[in-house]
Design a protein around this ligand. Sequence first.
Ligand code: HEM
Length: 500
Amino acid sequence: ALLHLLLSATSSLRRSRHLPLPPGPKGWPILGNLPQLGAKPHQTLAALSRTYGPLLKLRLGRVDVVVASSASVAAAFLKTHDANFSCRPPNSGAEHIAYNYQDLVFAPYGPRWRALRKLCSIHLFSAKALDDFGHVREQEAAALARSLLAPGEGETAVGEEVNVCVANALARAVMGRRVFGGGLGREAEEFKEMVVELMRLAGVFNLGDFVPGLGWLDPQGVVSDMKRLHRRYDAMLDKMITEHAVGSRRAGGSGAEDLLSVMVGLRGKALDAESGAISNVDIKALLLNLFAAGTDTTTSTVEWALAELIRHPRVLAEAQREIDSVVGRARLVSDGDLSSLPFLQAIVKETFRLHPSTPLSLPRMASESCEVAGYHVPKGATLLVNVWAISRDPAAWPKPLEFRPERFLPGGEHAHVDIRGTDFEIIPFGAGRRICAGMSLGLRMVQFLTATLVHAFDWTLPTGQSPEKLDMEEAYGLTLQRAVPLKARATPRLDQQAYN
Ligand code: HEM
């Protein structure tokens, strides 16, 4: 049987070598297609896929890059060939920011990666962990509502406020305490700015990653920015670990088993049978992943959702009616209410469809050459999945540019579509073995905070701005920011006691 397997693998490899490479645009000497990517690569690649088809190939410097832009091609990679694409390609961000691949996001597929994922899953993302921390999310959402009650004069920077809430809720689950005081402060602003900067740098197609001989030139200044940012993160993470240790000592060392306590308890022991003992750097690398991957993704999705609702007042009013009928006006939304809010859930799906937080997902790499959709994909090729283009594909989505949550409701064209990696026409969290590790928490947070903002307040734009003309321009990064952050005025609409 083994011989048969070997023979069939070898013959499929031989067959694949004789197949053509996927089509794609001609590139420049040395740089290949790098100069053609433009300021918003997800949009450029979507346009190219309209010319060359849903599986196209670029050459970025010396690296072959294949791009999947339809549901069926994405499924071919992330379902049929997922095992072959379960590592991420080498990149300067992983080296200079993520402690030289010592984290979870960029760890090579193997026992160490599996052990780190399992640790996070048990302590943060399992159904039990989600339930255990439900009250933490509720308390932080209530703090957000109170902070919005007293914005002083003028409008609220929605993203900044939501980010404080997301970071604090996450921090309490990860290390048993908040990271910021209530409302906005200099520290909170600085933290958000650091995460946005990380996502900007991680999204840049850095010349050195594709033309190694020219890396030393660092013409985009990316590597020096990465090193500078890494030093800031490292200092912040050191402080978090020290303060956590002091806090636990004060509590007599018996503090609740948050993830950081568990990791500290494991320090010096092996994470799995193959890798060395857990060090401080392992702990910092994982914390960095969680705070970077877990805050801006969630925050910007909530911000996009609210912007769409302000642009579509009838949808906003319908959502408020739904939540009022389940929750009333005497209290805030609770975690347990979410399952009774199908329209709210449809709004969140529609937001992820039009504004997926990571438009090109995270890159994967072909460990071996293989055949996909009748084309040869060479060993070592980088795979980009254009999740942004896939969920706007007119072949799968009628009137794709319209914000219409009803499409996900019973009777709608996409009533049964799930966004958690099984229906490939919408995969905001990716799919397959390396699907987003924090999907359960991210999705719950986005639903919960969107519900809270919609239920607790009416929303209006600054004087003189009309909802129809609200700027919906995107700023490209590994995560998709709004080019112009949303500023809006929140007017309370619940009984006063609800906010206490
Ligand atoms: C709105 C919420 C979020 C979205 C849309 C999102 C999206 C993604 C995507 C597309 C990937 C790459 C998947 C792939 O390669 O196929 C990913 C990976 C990851 N995400 Fe998320 N994410 C979100 C929230 C979170 C949260 C809350 C956390 C943790 C607190 C988190 C932690 C991670 C980690 C650790 C990985 C790497 C997984 C691996 O390489 O095995 N994410 N995420």
